[in-house]
Write a protein that binds this ligand. Sequence first.
Ligand code: BES
Ligand code: ZN
Length: 583
Amino acid sequence: MDIHSHYQKSAARALHLNLHLKANFENHTLSGSAIWDIESNGDDEIYLDINGLEIHEIKDDRGNELPFLVGEADPILGEALVISGIKNAKQIVITYTTSPKAEAIQWMEPQGRSPFMFTQSQAILARTWIPCPDSPGWRFTYEATIEVPAHLMALMSAENPQTKTDDGIYSFQMKQQIPSYLMALAIGDVEFSAVSDRAGIYAEADVIEAATYEFAEVEEMIQAAEKLYGPYEWERYDILVLPASFPFGGMENPRLTFATPTIIAGDRSLTALVAHELAHSWSGNLVTNATWNDFWINEGFTVYFEHRIMEAVYGREYSEMLAALSLRDVQEEVEDFMPSRPNDTKLKLDLEGRNPDDGVSRIAYDKGYFFLRLIEETTGRARFDTFLKGYFAAHRFGVMTTEMFLDYLKENLLSAEEWAKIGVQEWVYETGLPENCPEVHATRFEKVDEVVNAFIASGALPDSNLTANWSTHEWLRFIYKYNDHSEKTTAQMKLLDENYGFTQSGNSEILAAWWQPVIATQYREAYPAMEKFLVDVGRRKFLTPTFRALKESDQLDVAREIYIKARPNYHAVSRQTMDELLR
Ligand code: BES
Ligand code: ZN
């Protein structure tokens, strides 16, 4: 039962989608038809999800017009599209146009640049551009024909072109069954560059070279992943680099990960995100959370898998730094949520009456990660790996609820003693972070912490030998730890900035971390750079903590002034969160 979809009200089933759309950059619409192969199962009605679509007409495969009804609009769920007269129909042909305000879609015509558009369907925004069964618990295959302005390329979560066509018409096939939240389309003046036989990069001309360098290790990551949990089932793995307004770090659209350009740091230091999206090719895309209440089934497994891939490629010392960052994130989130929304610290969520976006927190990701890591540490890695390989093989192209997973865990891995020792029930159904959360041993961070403490105690910069070999992660730890300190001064900030050039860093993670002490100490020299960052970048993970820090330090006026300039560049997903925060 998916509380976020109308689809289950009908017995009829939507099996295959044939999408025909024309992209209109003048009025920001997609227009055409969605043809669904259906099985009525004796029912005369089918319920699909829509949100803001203009439905022109609906016919069956013999050309008969089908009566339909659009339900009342719910601010979160959109509307039910109820189509009747389908008992003997093999197909339904829905002719429609999207709204220029469709929340999944961002249309861009930046000055002096080529137009660009992309969709972001997760969690329940596919229904703003396709009439569909919009539940992660239902899978279908698809094909599509997309018409775009002739100098642009269209790409989907499907078999993709590598060169532009002359007429701007592109055809796509997705032979594997996927849930609707993995439907994706992007249109832009992009080029392709190969990394290996089965992996490559799509990006606009001015970033393709840097992106190809940055992601050159992706083939190694695929091989590491396959060794852990079985064959890669999607044939190709490509990455599309989007404009900086993309609201997420990455989105695991099958065959074509969508990625923010903010992970191109020049030194491959932020590629854990690629490992993460790649890992979703198993956890999420192959075995999918049945509902958004089971979101940790997607993200917790994926963070665990991400760290395992990074460990295999870069070593345990490196992956333990990532784990330490995860621990910090989940501890902060628990502390933040416990007073006002304790139930959101449970792995199994209850999002009744709420937007599934409310469930997107570090809990699913990092509490989920530590739960799985605790299982690994309890059974030993060999047993856990065998179990996980079997789990993916047994449930491939299927859905998974929290309860199905726990049953499978009981039957195939844990003894009664191990189950009790882990406290499975508490981890999944209780609030907070249990006492027996695994410990992280990030030796490189322990050294950083000593350096920070010495700096704070003495006010003198650390010896350059101590920091000479630091990676991005160690610098991030340095900034976080410094920011934790209550007596920060602008003089210290200036000293740090003059020596390490944080304000001018080309690394988006460092910048986003740095804005915290910048705001706390009101280190004004950095405000213009911070404003530029907030205007250029639409990645919610960076925007939320920065705007929140301004708000919570009595600088709401500064926040609003910047937001007014930045908002037009943001995707609807980021706008919605910031509107609420800065209201
Ligand atoms: N699938 C998520 C993004 C997402 C989640 C979009 C929920 C909409 C609703 C993606 O795999 C993800 O987790 N991205 C992270 C990166 C990751 C390294 C933690 C992000 O965007 O920050
Ligand atoms: Zn993810």
